[in-house]
Write a protein that binds this ligand. Structure first.
Ligand code: SAM
Ligand code: SF4
Length: 370
């Protein structure tokens, strides 16, 4: 985030890329075995009583944006041969489904950059019963591509949009796209029936924190859910700093200055968002995802697979397990299932962002798969 004073120096000190994980992330090889009784249950449960239902698969670490809170302009990507192939991704999804996963979210990087995205969706659809969702920056969405992907099995889309002001959008995303490209993507999803559609925004103090109500208005205009995610220490520049962080409480207050909200009480307990309706009865809803101010780790049902085939029990894990090595060493489905069960068993109780010994993982969100 080189627009923030002092950060350039810190970046130079960090001088880490998402590939150099040696200092604060251990590639753990094979996870230690979970207890036999846990393995025998053929479910991914952890030692804190949580069960995995939601697998996030990063299909690529590449992106056509360089959002200031996510990816530095000079970020280095993993070598192509280290990325999981389409058939490897489908195989992992199938095995995870056999262990109780009900939803797969395809993410990245930017998933729509993957040349075989439709084949990945079709392969997962054919091999599993999971709901297939995707999160995208929407800059490359076309109605034809969406129609094809929906026919292949894509059920749900989430779109990220952090600003509706063209100059600011360009500064935030460091891209040549504009908010109108994203709005066109939103309209294309709605036209193709990829609903319910959700939007995500990250507010950064001093950049776009004055746009909370304008972004909230998109929920009313399109009758969809607009969600505000608190900025997390997962940026590739390691520039996260509490002075740039905007709490969900503050965001809600800014929205309520224009659009009073009423809490809904039908949120799924494992959902990351707490949602609100508009008090005046307008359509749409607002969600707040507050991992920093109100961690929701206790109900976490998520596991992550990175584009290069590492299993991350948590976004903030400093250990990740090398499923790709097992896949490429000829492991059987049963062995891979045990691997996923064992990796889940190592899931930490919480991310500990607020704790004094919190260490930011070396991998940024884009490499983990948000
Ligand atoms: N490129 C796609 C997109 O932007 O929607 C998918 C990948 S992106 C990593 C997934 C989500 O992570 C986006 O909604 C993005 O805003 C969010 N994200 C990325 N870095 C973040 C950070 N440091 N804190 C909070 N959210 C972040
Ligand atoms: Fe790319 Fe998404 Fe990260 Fe932005 S948030 S740089 S669009 S991966």
């Amino acid at each position: 985030m080189n627009d923030i004073p002092g950060v350039a120096t810190r970046r130079a000190q960090v001088a880490l890329t998402q590939l150099n994980t040696s200092q604060s992330c251990v590639i753990g090889g094979t996870p230690p075995p979970a207890p036999e009784s846990v393995r025998a249950g053929r479910r991914m449960t952890d030692s804190h009583g949580r069960t995995i239902r939601d697998l996030r698969i990063s299909v690529t670490d590449r992106c056509n944006f360089r959002c200031i809170y996510c990816m530095e302009p000079d970020v280095r990507f993993a070598p192509r041969e280290s990325l999981l192939s389409t058939s490897e991704i489908i195989r992992v999804a199938r095995i995870a489904n056999s262990l109780g996963v009900r939803k797969v979210r395809l993410t990245g990087g930017e998933p729509t950059l993957h040349p075989e995205l439709t084949a990945i969706i079709a392969g997962i659809r054919a091999a599993t019963s999971v709901e297939i969702a995707m999160i995208t920056n929407a800059s490359l969405l076309t109605r034809d591509a969406l129609r094809e992907r929906k026919a292949a099995g894509l059920a749900r889309v989430t779109i990220s949009i952090d600003s509706i002001r063209p100059d600011r959008f360009a500064r935030l995303t460091r891209s040549t796209s504009s908010p109108s490209d994203v709005l066109a993507g939103i309209e294309a999803c709605l036209a193709e029936g990829l609903t319910p559609l959700k939007l995500n925004a990250v507010l950064i103090r001093g950049f776009n924190d004055d746009e909370a109500a304008d972004l909230a208005e998109l929920a009313r205009v399109y009758s969809i859910e607009m969600r505000f995610i608190e900025f997390m220490p997962l940026d590739s520049g390691h520039a996260w700093d509490s002075s740039r962080w905007v709490s969900a409480t503050e965001t809600r207050a800014a929205i309520e200055d224009r659009f009073p909200l009423v809490a809904r009480d039908d949120d799924d307990p494992s959902s990351t968002a707490r949602t609100f309706a508009f008090a005046d009865g307008a359509p749409g809803r607002i969600g707040f995802i507050a991992p920093v101010s109100s961690p929701f780790c206790g109900a976490c049902s998520r596991l992550r697979l990175t584009a290069d085939g590492k299993v991350r029990p948590c976004l903030f894990s400093t250990t990740e397990w090398d499923l790709r090595a097992a896949l490429r060493a000829g492991a059987t489905d049963d062995h891979l299932a045990d691997f996923l069960i064992d990796a889940t068993w190592t899931k930490q109780p919480g991310h500990g962002i607020a704790s004094h010994d919190f260490r930011q993982p070396a991998r940024p969100m884009s490499a983990i798969g948000g």
